[in-house]
Design a binder for this molecule. Structure first.
Ligand SMILES: Nc1ncnc2c1ncn2[C@@H]1O[C@H](COP(=O)(O)OP(=O)(O)OP(=O)(O)O)[C@@H](O)[C@H]1O
Length: 252
């Protein structure tokens, strides 16, 4: 089942709107002899927000890292933007227009906030250039006050904002957010969810992993639940939210 976001702008409502930008199936992944993903599948349509749910250790980060080319021991079929990316390396995936905001944020500690933002910036694959430095500043006013600070001098929440801002300035077709609000104060968490909502409105597809499953479901078009490396439940986010099986899969 695919379901496109009703809020995406006109450019995404073309006949290609139903296109899958991620189409992965029968995905297996291993860390050494530990077999972590057992035939998982995941689809993301253009402009769609997908929430990936599951208890700790069920393979969410591993599925993300496998799709993005970071897990070498893998098997299965991964198509990204119509290209066979089953054996792609991370830089090849990035070049297709996929921005990864990893757990732990990946900010360059010895560069200033401005340098962190500007060094990564480039036009989108389709030439888009709408996420300017000024727009990122308007989206994250806290970063504006920290422009000359080094990455290492920022709070965890500011680092997260910087990481998301940097991803936006690469004009991605897809942003992958793994535990974007982990360990942050409630006000900062609310601010990051506001931005996730703005990203959705702007028509960029998003794959979100977050412990707050209610917020994930509220922000997503589609949700996928993993258990022991397999998809056990998926569908429209509101259907998944109302599924009687959800609580047991999430252990809540
Ligand atoms: N680099 C690694 N080396 C070995 N085992 C790993 C590695 N990363 C994860 N694992 C194991 O793989 C399994 C899946 O982990 P993964 O991080 O994908 O789960 P998750 O659903 O994202 O959970 P969490 O919320 O705890 O991150 C777990 O048993 C974990 O211990």
């Amino acid at each position: 089942m695919t379901h496109t976001n009703p809020h995406v702008p006109v450019r995404s409502l073309s006949p290609e709107a139903a296109d899958l930008i991620v189409d992965a199936h029968s995905i297996h992944a291993w860390y050494g002899s530990s077999h972590v993903l057992h035939g998982a599948s995941l689809q993301i349509a253009r402009g769609q927000t997908v929430g990936l749910l599951g208890r700790n250790g069920m393979g969410k980060s591993t599925l993300i890292r496998t799709l993005l080319g970071h897990v070498a021991q893998r098997d299965g079929h991964i198509t990204l933007f119509g290209k066979d990316a089953s054996r792609f390396k991370p830089h090849q995936v990035a070049r297709l227009g996929v921005a990864y905001v990893p757990e732990g944020r990946g900010v360059f500690p010895n560069l200033t906030v401005r340098e962190n933002l500007v060094m990564a910036a480039h036009r989108g694959v389709d030439g888009r250039n709408d996420w300017s430095f000024e727009r990122v500043m308007a989206t994250f006013p806290r970063l504006q006050e920290r422009l000359t600070n080094l990455g290492a001098q920022l709070s965890g929440g500011e680092q997260q904002m910087l990481s998301i801002g940097r991803a936006l300035m690469t004009h991605p077709e897809l942003i992958v957010l793994d535990e974007a609000t982990e360990g942050l104060a409630p006000l900062i968490v609310a601010d990051i969810w506001r931005v996730i909502g703005e990203i959705r409105q702007s028509g960029i597809a998003t794959l979100i992993v977050d412990r707050d499953y209610r917020r994930v479901l509220a922000h997503a078009d589609h949700a996928v639940v993993l258990q022991k490396g397999q998809v056990v439940l998926q569908g429209r986010a509101d259907d998944v939210a109302n599924s009687p099986a959800l609580a047991s899969y999430l252990g809540v």
